[in-house]
Design a protein. Structure first.
Length: 369
């Protein structure tokens, strides 16, 4: 069986092809600067809305990579409340959602704070507030005490994808990792985010939540590299899009003898594509701002305003009168009257696709194509 990278005598000394990596690193750094320059020219409310949308996406998609689907409204509401952003639609928020949001905001809003054992234990405990991961009780707020294998497949036919370092070695491995993360300033900050992500995944120090914490560490180091708490792109969203390749490259490089060029190349290219997608988020925010500016004299009730904001923010699923009634807590008749009124105003339209239920969407003028 092929040896793992941590089994070589030179672990954890990493090497890479500078010539190859510096090309894509330069492109990433250039695009980072361009985006932050563009965002700096935006008005306060537009910038605030972009940050809220980006952080919401990042929290949702990092969890989705692990097969956990958080409630969009709860995540967005939790982030808005914690950042002091006005947001229509404050809802009850589950403890696990609050925990994931707290971890992300602690990482990105306090990016210059050292990441020590106590802080990372706090992140882990926040991820699992009940001490359970699904149907399994796990140790939270401490390193794992048992051996760790990443497996897939049905019971009895499991396939081992990775065997992590022994539980007895985790404390020492993490001490070395955290010292490097907090002290080393010679490596470019973006490159450091890529290395830290891989290194943490290899150690796999917790019973569960390692992937989410690895991505959070990357987000923290990227914020540190940009010297900004303002987030305008979601790396986790791009990783989810490229999830198959993400796991393939991790599996490949985990068996290298220390050369992590392939991982760095993939990570930086993935980050570049995440930065490029910022344009989509910004277009949605600008479209929403333009709508409300042009409709500031339009008579709309509170229910209509609530649903319209949700549609611009990225409504999950299809909009039907029954959903309208449930979200706004009104009768079915009232919901239908609200919808018909918006159709008459040219704001909503009925979807052309047939089906048993009638679906509605924003009129073409306001829809993100």
């Amino acid at each position: 069986m092929a040896r793992y990278i941590y089994e070589y005598d030179n672990w954890p000394i990493f090497t890479w092809n500078d010539k190859k990596i510096n090309v894509i690193l330069g492109k990433v750094r250039h695009l980072q600067g361009k985006i932050y320059g563009q965002m700096g020219a935006l008005g306060f409310s537009i910038k605030e809305e972009t940050i809220l949308s980006t952080l919401t996406l990042d929290v949702l998609k990092s969890s989705e990579i692990e097969g956990e689907f958080l409630n969009y409204e709860q995540v967005r509401s939790s982030i808005a409340r914690k950042l002091g952003i006005e947001y229509a639609g404050i809802v009850h928020i589950d403890r696990n959602v609050e925990g994931v949001v707290e971890m992300m905001l602690d990482a990105t809003q306090r990016y210059n704070k050292p990441l020590d054992q106590e802080r990372i234990f706090g992140w882990h405990a926040a991820l699992f507030p009940t001490g359970w991961s699904g149907m399994q009780r796990i140790d939270t707020g401490c390193y794992r005490k048992n051996e760790m294998q990443v497996v897939s497949g049905p019971m009895g036919k499991e396939r081992i994808h990775f065997q992590a370092p022994s539980a007895t070695e985790v404390k020492n491995e993490m001490d070395v990792f955290l010292d490097w993360l907090n002290i080393n300033t010679e490596i470019d900050g973006v490159l450091k985010a890529a290395i830290a992500h891989f290194w943490f995944i290899i150690i796999h120090p917790f019973d569960d939540g390692n992937g989410r914490i690895a991505r959070t560490i990357s987000d923290m180091l990227l914020a540190r590299s940009e010297e900004s708490t303002q987030r305008f792109y979601s790396l986790s969203n791009q990783i989810l899009i490229e999830k198959k390749k993400y796991y393939e490259i991790l599996q490949k490089v985990q068996h290298s003898s220390g050369d992590i060029t392939d991982w760095l190349d993939w990570f930086l290219n993935c980050l570049y594509r995440a930065l490029e997608s910022t344009d989509v988020t910004l277009k949605r925010v600008l479209k929403k701002a333009d709508f409300w500016d042009r409709n500031k004299e339009t008579i709309l009730n509170s229910r209509q305003r609530l649903i319209l904001n949700k549609l611009f923010d990225g409504f999950e699923g299809k909009l039907q009168s029954s959903k309208w009634a449930k979200i706004t807590k009104c009768s079915a008749d009232t919901a239908l009257r609200d919808i018909k009124n918006l159709i008459e105003k040219g704001i909503l339209k009925q979807e052309e696709s047939g089906g048993r239920s009638t679906n509605y969407e924003l009129a073409d003028e306001w829809r993100m194509l």
